[in-house]
Design a protein around this ligand. Structure first.
Ligand code: PRP
Length: 181
């Protein structure tokens, strides 16, 4: 086994497990949208850039990919759930079949904001897809496609970061507590 980075405590989900689950989600989406002319995948930067690329390449239903970027207001200590849009879609989504693609749903604030914002643009349909979900979310929107449930620890890899580091690890790992506390 290769040595882990000193910030990493242990691997929670291996690369093989992730790739297998991504393929299953892509197959599920293909089944659900069979016969659709076009699906628009919206990847949420930065975290979802790897998942979006992988699931998109495994899907066979005709689709396009666009991106949005969202940021939370203020620092974590005073975070009250407010988010702001910092990069918007290139094209309107009215009358399109849209799937929002997230790497992780944690508190659920980001997905709630995205869902309300995109619903206001009158898509033909709107679904949500996240590879990882933590228990503590207070989501008001349904999650249609979910890859894995995660424990409430700081995780990195497969798009997820700590201070913008570790995003390109091919697996999901738990960060050592002393790194972030
Ligand atoms: C992460 C993740 C989700 C969001 C989920 O993004 O990619 O977009 O947090 O958290 P929530 O459910 O508590 O709202 P982050 O703000 O860390 O930005 P990044 O994707 O650019 O790393």
């Amino acid at each position: 086994m290769t040595d882990l980075h000193p910030d990493i405590k242990r691997i929670l989900i291996t690369e093989d497990e992730i790739q297998k689950r991504v393929a299953e989600l892509a197959a599920e989406i293909d089944r659900d949208y069979q016969g659709a002319d076009l699906v628009v995948l919206i990847g949420i930067l930065k975290g979802a850039f790897i998942f979006t690329a992988d699931i998109s390449r495994k899907m066979t239903v005709p689709h396009t990919v666009d991106f949005m970027s969202i940021s939370s207001y203020g620092d974590q200590a005073v975070f009250d759930g407010a988010v702001r849009l910092i990069l918007d879609l290139r094209k309107p989504i009215a009358d399109q079949h849209v799937i929002v693609v997230e790497d992780i749903v944690d508190t659920g604030h980001t997905m709630d904001y995205l869902y309300q914002t995109l619903q206001g643009r009158h898509p033909a349909s709107l679904k949500t897809c996240t590879l990882f979900k933590k228990e503590r979310n207070s989501l008001e929107v349904p999650l249609d496609y979910v890859g894995f449930d995660l424990p409430d620890v700081w995780v990195v890899g497969y798009g997820l970061d700590y201070a913008d580091k570790h995003r390109t690890l091919p697996y999901i790992a738990e960060l050592k507590k002393e790194v972030y506390s």
